[in-house]
Design a protein around this ligand. Structure first.
Ligand SMILES: O=c1ccn([C@@H]2O[C@H](COP(=O)(O)OP(=O)(O)O[C@H]3O[C@H](CO)[C@@H](O)[C@H](O)[C@H]3O)[C@@H](O)[C@H]2O)c(=O)[nH]1
Ligand SMILES: [Mn+2]
Length: 973
């Protein structure tokens, strides 16, 4: 660390740029030594991003050479340095609050008005690839984003007072990237002591060869010596560490940083020496005003008190019931009794585990007006009233363009880009675990469609800001729309969206055709070469079938026919900024004309930063699926935007409410909010059949269980739709105790059967079937048994009613959830337990299969058609067995009673009902078709049936009709 502070240029990472991929003539190299940040890209002459204008400027020869490469190679410093961590540290300042590109630009004499734009377009137009065993290189792409902008750059020599245009004689001979014309350079070398005017370090000559792929051998896991070569990402991996190294302690003790994201916020930008050791505590957001940003809305006592009381009553009743059941074994069928007791105890415990956390449910409300007052209104410190909200990096993960259609991902991205949050504070990262060119090009298309979609959303207050969902809405689209031009513009945008869809959908075909053409061309070339070399023309030449980008270069990710270095589990890392970070000042559009689809004269047309990331994958490494992807994004975003907050979404989850991020910030920035590590958003689902046969809405989980958990310690992280505090992810303890809040706002499209959740309620002691011999779990139905049964059933009904009241879910949702608890409890849950045991005990890992998401139903007739597709699975055996046994039991029972000389109907009804109860729960499983819309939920009948039977049995037992005493022994034959 000392190393770094004294001489920043000794940083291990440098970027080398050469024009043309073959032989470099003009070489530019610069060290990635100094901090750069989203909003102050150009303020550091040492920054790799600051010189990018230069490179882009020589676009003239870029065209002819077919691409420029920016290569980052690891320095010799790697070997020199004494600490591997120092070697790989990249130092970057915190997200600045009010620093704008224009501000920082004015501080640099060599900047001109074009700079900001040109630099941004440079990143946008450059795809970065690389990995541990290969150099990182940037490839300038011709056709992305703003090709014209890149062309009109005027580039000048960086020497004060020189201003010599660099066209054609670009010269960046120093690692720091300070660009200089040939004359000035010679002068510096001649009489400037050979020092670079940018970084004041001596010039060292860098040859292009060095930048060429001098790929290091892929380190073997055991080879610890090679660790130094790996980036910190790798060296974090336990297997590469000396076992006694405590990394978290190292970070703390050294005040170290890794990546861009300092877990500790430096004071005043990145000046070393400010503060005791250059670091300060995070700003206290909670100080500005006394009005709270969030309120806890307690559930009314009128509901909560009886709810709690009922829980206690039921607990007691359950205790008595179980005691009674244990004490009264059915000696005629001990095995049945034993089984049923086991189940009852288990379900009783399961109910308890589920019910107790619900003792203290809470709701929460946010106050967005207070947020605005505090963070976005002019005050002494902030006279212009610029937004003081913290930066948020939104992560989207996708893994397979076949199962996760790019159109779905595109819609998610659009909903993020259009979210109501300060544009310069927002960055969106897409992680593509498929490493697929299709996703890449779809994202480029999305970025360009966003230029129309986002201003349209802002202008007319569109909700939701996912075009597919918005245009698919069935309600009156004119509602709350005030502007006269709305209808016309909506029509135009809709047409544009339809064309966008067509473009996205035609991408696979166009990539395939393009690749075929290039591959054929390559083949011809290879043949010709072979003939020139005098080879045997009949000899087969092997040309790998590559996937080609539109500018005629290889796609560095995965190829359709996977090749080494281009297959799913084996490809370089790729980073591409599709949309560059934006300025702090709003940029207004212009009137509708040939170029502008809609009139945006009073609409801010800036777009948030958008980045494509495909992490490196190599055989022999565990890439940890989604978690690994998230880690890669945490690190990538730390270097590019370093937002203090992170929201993660799956590719098929979109932001339903454009104010969602602001609401999340209310929790984070409220008083005491610094104790919150994450805010979990609930999910709402689309594309679920109107009857929700599979309980896919999952409202009980999100609206009951999670809110109840919120009242205790906080909801659990469900893997998606969660805003994290970045520092909380860095392995440091948060400043104070950990706390989480739950709350509402995202929406999710999902078409298939959800994995059932483990948490569930209700003791289903009746889930054990009567068996065919006519035996039953109890020997005789006594008053005690019936009374207990009555008690636990009634309390269950009442609890359900109260739960439905405080959470706002419907009885339908509740019942579906019950059904799926039984189905899951007999199939998926035991299987999950088994899988867990297998993994823990035997180390067997059962693979994760990606759920496929289909974008829009192609066949309009039955959009839920795929829900009817039943795929066989061994998980179906237990519920099917239970169902069959119960059905047979009913049939046998009825037949026996019918043919018996003394039919004991009461016994039959009692027994049959328990079977019926079980069957009701399994109904959605047994038959896909479940009820019709608007009908009274089945549960109502089931409960009324159960209750009436228990009551009538009780009645008959207590005051039996005269003369039937003998038959009323409730003895099951
Ligand atoms: O190697 C992988 C595998 C998956 N994913 C992504 O992970 C997400 C979830 O995968 P999916 O197949 O949709 O699983 P679900 O069953 O829908 O996952 C649910 O449950 C998971 C945890 O159980 C959470 O992580 C998810 O966010 C949540 O939606 C998707 O965006 C994938 O693109 C990757 O990025 N890389
Ligand atoms: Mn999913």
């Amino acid at each position: 660390m000392v190393n770094r502070a004294s001489s920043p240029s000794s940083s291990p990472v440098k970027i080398t740029i050469s024009s043309g991929s073959k032989a470099g003539n003009g070489i530019i190299s610069m060290g990635l030594t100094s901090p750069i940040s989203r909003a102050s890209i150009s303020n550091n002459p040492n920054s790799p991003l600051s010189g990018r204008g230069n490179r882009a400027s020589s676009g003239g020869n870029r065209r002819s050479s077919g691409g420029k490469f920016v290569s980052m190679s690891k320095d010799e410093a790697v070997e020199e340095s004494n600490s591997e961590f120092v070697t790989y540290t990249v130092h970057i300042p915190p997200t600045p609050d009010h620093q704008s590109i224009s501000d920082s630009q004015t501080s640099l004499p060599e900047d001109n008005a074009n700079m900001g734009k040109s630099q941004r377009s440079f990143i946008s137009g450059t795809i970065f690839t690389g990995g541990f065993n290969s150099v990182t290189r940037g490839h300038v792409i011709e056709s992305l984003a703003n090709p014209t902008e890149q062309m009109k750059l005027g580039l000048v020599c960086g020497m004060k007072g020189c201003d010599e245009a660099l066209e054609g004689k670009t010269m960046v001979p120093c690692d720091c990237g300070f660009s200089i014309c040939r004359d000035c350079y010679l002068e510096c070398v001649g009489n400037g002591g050979g020092r670079c005017p940018g970084c004041k370090e001596g010039y060292t000559s860098v040859s292009d060869d060095e930048a060429e792929d001098q790929a290091l051998p892929l380190p073997s896991m055991a080879d610890a010596k090679l660790d130094k070569r790996l980036s910190l990402v790798k060296s974090f991996k336990a297997q590469n560490h000396p076992p006694d190294f405590d990394h978290a302690r190292w970070l703390f003790e050294t005040k170290g940083t890794y990546g861009y994201g300092n877990a500790v916020w430096p004071k005043d930008g990145y000046g070393f020496g400010s503060g005791a050791n250059g670091f300060d505590h995070p700003p206290d957001f909670g100080e500005k005003s006394r009005r709270p940003l969030t309120r806890k809305v307690s559930v009314s006592a009128a509901i909560l008190s009886p709810y709690r009381l009922l829980i206690i009553i039921r607990l007691v009743a359950l205790g008595f019931f179980l005691t009674w059941r244990v004490r009264h074994p059915n000696h005629e069928a001990l095995w049945l009794w034993g089984m049923s007791i086991t189940c009852e105890l288990w379900f009783g415990l399961s109910w308890l585990l589920d019910q107790l956390p619900k003792l203290c449910p809470v709701n929460r409300a946010t106050d967005l007006s207070v947020l605005k007052d505090r963070f976005e209104s002019p005050n002494l410190r902030n006279p212009k009233g610029r937004s003081d909200l913290p930066g948020i990096d939104v992560f989207v993960s996708t893994a397979d363009p076949e199962k996760e259609p790019p159109l779905v991902t595109a819609n998610t991205i659009l909903s993020i880009l259009a979210v109501d949050y300060p544009v310069e504070k927002l960055a969106c990262y897409l992680s593509d675990d498929g490493g697929s060119l299709l996703t890449f090009e779809a994202l480029a298309e999305t970025a360009s469609f966003a230029r129309i979609w986002v201003p349209f959303c802002r202008k007319h207050g569109i909700e939701p800001r996912n075009p597919e969902a918005y245009f698919g809405q069935k309600r009156d689209f004119l509602k709350n729309k005030v502007r006269l031009d709305f209808v016309r513009e909506r029509r135009k945008v809709k047409r544009e969206y339809d064309e966008f869809k067509v473009r996205i959908n035609s991408l696979p075909e166009s990539i395939r055709r393009r690749s075929d053409a290039y591959n054929a061309h390559e083949e011809v070339r290879a043949k010709m070469k072979q003939r020139e070399m005098g080879g045997n023309p009949s000899e087969e030449i092997k040309i790998s079938k590559a996937t080609w980008m539109s500018d005629g270069s290889y796609w560095p990710g995965t190829w359709v026919l996977g090749e080494a270095d281009h297959s799913r589990g084996d490809h370089a890392g790729i980073i591409q900024a599709m949309l560059a970070p934006s300025n702090t000042e709003p940029v207004y559009g212009s009137i509708a004309d040939g170029k502008n689809l809609i009139d945006t004269t009073d609409v801010d047309i800036r777009l948030p930063m958008l980045v494509y990331v495909s992490r490196e994958k190599r055989p022999g490494y565990d890439h940890n699926k989604k978690a690994g992807a998230m880690n890669a994004l945490v690190r990538t975003s730390a270097i590019m935007s370093n937002g203090p907050f992170i929201l993660n979404l799956d590719c098929d989850h979109y932001i339903y409410n454009s104010l969602a991020l602001r609401e999340g910030m209310c929790f984070m920035l409220d008083r005491g909010g610094d104790r919150i590590c994450y805010v979990q958003f609930p999910q709402r689902f689309e594309g679920i059949d109107p009857n929700d046969r599979y309980a896919n809405h999952n409202t009980v989980f999100f609206d009951v269980s999670m809110r109840a958990l919120d009242g205790l310690q906080g909801p659990m992280y469900v893997g998606t739709g969660c805003i994290f505090r970045r520092t909380a992810l860095y392995g440091f303890s948060p400043p104070r105790a950990t706390e989480h809040h739950g709350w509402f706002g995202t929406q999710k499209t999902k078409l298939l059967l959800r994995k059932s959740r483990v948490s569930k309620k209700e003791d289903d002691e009746m889930a054990v079937p009567i068996n065919q011999r006519g035996q039953f779990i109890v020997q005789s139905l006594s008053v005690t048994f019936l009374i207990f049964l009555l008690a636990i059933t009634i309390t269950l009904c009442l609890l359900a009613i109260l739960e439905i009241k405080w959470s706002g879910i419907t009885i339908h949702d509740w019942w579906r959830n019950e059904q799926f608890w039984l189905i899951g409890g007999t199939s998926a849950h035991p299987a999950a337990v088994l899988q867990g045991l297998l993994k823990v005990i035997a180390g067997v890992d059962i693979s994760f299969t990606l759920t496929s998401k289909s974008a829009t139903p192609e066949d309009g007739d039955d959009e839920f058609a795929d829900l009817y597709v039943v795929k066989w699975s061994f998980l179906m055996i237990p519920p099917i067995t239970i169902m069959l046994v119960n059905m047979i039991a009913i049939a046998v029972g009825v037949a026996r009673t019918l043919y018996s000389p003394f039919p004991e109907w009461s016994k039959l009804v009692g027994g049959v009902f328990f079977s019926f109860w079980v069957l009701c729960h399994l109904y959605p499983f047994a038959k896909g078709l479940m009820g019709r819309r608007g009908r009274v939920p089945t549960i109502v009948f089931v409960w009324s049936g159960l209750l009436s039977i228990i009551i009538s049995l009780l009645w008959v037992y207590i005051s039996p009709p005269p003369g039937v005493q003998d038959h009323m022994k409730f003895q099951f034959p």
